[in-house]
Design a protein around this ligand. Sequence first.
Ligand SMILES: Cc1cc2nc3c(=O)[nH]c(=O)nc-3n(C[C@H](O)[C@H](O)[C@H](O)COP(=O)(O)O)c2cc1C
Length: 217
Amino acid sequence: MNIAHYAQTRYTTKAFDPGFKLSQEQVGQIETLLRHSPSSTNSQPWHFFIAGSEEGKARVAKAAAGGYAFNEAKIRHASHVVVFCARAAMDDGYLQTLLAQEQRDGRFANDEARAGQHKGRSHFVNMHRFELRDAQHWMEKQVYLAVGTLLLGAATLEIDACPIEGFDARVLGEELGLREQGLVASVIVALGKRSEQDFNARLPKSRLPAETVITRL
Ligand SMILES: Cc1cc2nc3c(=O)[nH]c(=O)nc-3n(C[C@H](O)[C@H](O)[C@H](O)COP(=O)(O)O)c2cc1C
């Protein structure tokens, strides 16, 4: 696989074929990409809602009304829609949940290794909670890594995608009961197959030149 080929040919799909459905296998691969995204201190401060039914997509599309109506058809016509949520808080109970998972997954040779991991992660988490006071922002950065992982990964699976920040997070939060679940909505990614009408598929990609954005030391 030539990964640069996918970086250059993936693009934001503006119109999806409403008749196309991802296979169960493809949806499984999407879930694998989401779960295996890296995050600072392996904090995984996310939750993903995946809507594949008409009903599920209609619920998500409620957040694309009014000023965000330009995104509504993308959500409705996509095969599947992923709502990326960040945790609203990272408390000590959650840190213990992470530690227990790493233990089950065989990450610690002994108690000392386990304690070291907890200490290191707590240091970063507490720094963002109590010193920098940007824990929410920090968690959302991790969520965006998962967005990037999905966008490139979907391209390698020949799945078209549209990342969407243009939605009403308050409306979506109410629709999905996010506050009660300790979550906030960050980004939506619509997945499927481009329609013949997608003007964006015919446009060339535009990026600043390498000399502008890369300094080789
Ligand atoms: C976080 C994020 C949010 C975006 N939000 C929207 C959106 O709400 N609607 C839309 O049509 N495109 C959206 N885009 C698509 C960008 O405009 C697009 O990625 C950019 O122009 C680069 O083009 P490309 O993805 O085709 O390479 C978003 C992209 C990102 C990464």
